[in-house]
Ligand binder design. Structure first.
Ligand SMILES: [Mg+2]
Length: 256
């Protein structure tokens, strides 16, 4: 009799234990899933705000968004976003009838527009680490930035269609001029009208002031700027912006 009671009690305890354990696991799993979802939702909001220029002058990617930005950059969504934007640009290009005077121009930025620094930023925790000028210069000096395929496609189409393409970059002419020319050439950016790098005259000037002045000079030469493409808002603000501007995604850094 006592033996049977002990057996029954033991079964009941095991049942109770299993019931409590499984419930606890369920709650924990739900909470963890919820937290992950909530974290990704915050990072999506943050990225959208950055791309829309509502968040400005940010120095680093929020550390809780490291995995999110990594997944965005390497998991395929970045390329999909670029493809969609380039598709829109190409539709616009096809609406333009270039004139025969050879003065129809486009402006393209270089870093993370024509060629990619994602491999470098992978070592900088996708922008969670602060900007490192010496580290970036050492990377750029290797001349190994790969082309961004959809932008290379756009570039080639513009050149073939008779547009004059100006590549305008904040890279220093003296130290990075030749390596940038070689990098672009090796990656297939052939046939552009001019590559314009930052000279001593523009040292210390903001990207907006420097690029505005360059575009003004281009317009003064008589060129009509039909489009202006860049991954930073500072590529697309200021004076002489062109008929249309196109912002490419970049959630890794902000250039003032
Ligand atoms: Mg850029």
């Amino acid at each position: 009799m006592i033996k049977e009671m002990i057996h029954g009690l033991r079964e009941m305890l095991i049942f109770l234990f299993l019931a409590i354990f499984s419930k606890a696991t369920e709650v924990k799993a739900y909470t963890r899933g919820g937290l992950i979802q909530e974290g990704a939702a915050y990072c999506l909001s943050w990225r959208l705000a950055v791309e829309a220029n509502n968040v400005r002058a940010w120095r680093t990617v929020p550390s809780q968004c490291l995995r999110y930005v990594e997944t965005y950059m390497l998991g395929g969504q970045y390329e999909r976003d670029l493809d969609l934007i380039v598709g829109q640009i190409l539709s616009y290009v096809n609406e333009i009838a270039p004139s025969s005077d050879g003065m129809d121009a486009w402006i393209l930025d270089v870093d993370d527009t024509c060629i990619s620094n994602v491999l470098y930023y992978r070592g900088k925790r996708f922008g969670c680490d602060p900007y490192d000028p010496a580290g970036f210069k050492a990377w750029a000096l290797k001349g190994g930035c790969p082309a961004i395929p959809s932008v290379l496609r756009l570039f080639s189409y513009l050149v073939q269609s008779g547009f004059k393409v100006f590549l305008v970059t904040g890279r220093d002419q003296e130290t990075l001029g030749q390596v940038t020319i070689d990098n672009l050439h090796y990656e297939g950016f052939i046939g552009y009208n001019r590559l314009i790098l930052r000279t001593a005259e523009f040292k210390g000037k903001s990207a907006v002031a420097y690029k505005s002045e360059i575009r003004r000079q281009i317009e003064e030469e008589g060129y009509r700027i039909w489009g202006n493409v860049g991954d930073q808002w500072s590529d697309l603000q200021g004076e002489c912006l062109g008929n249309r501007t196109f912002k490419l995604p970049n959630p890794m850094y902000f250039v003032p």
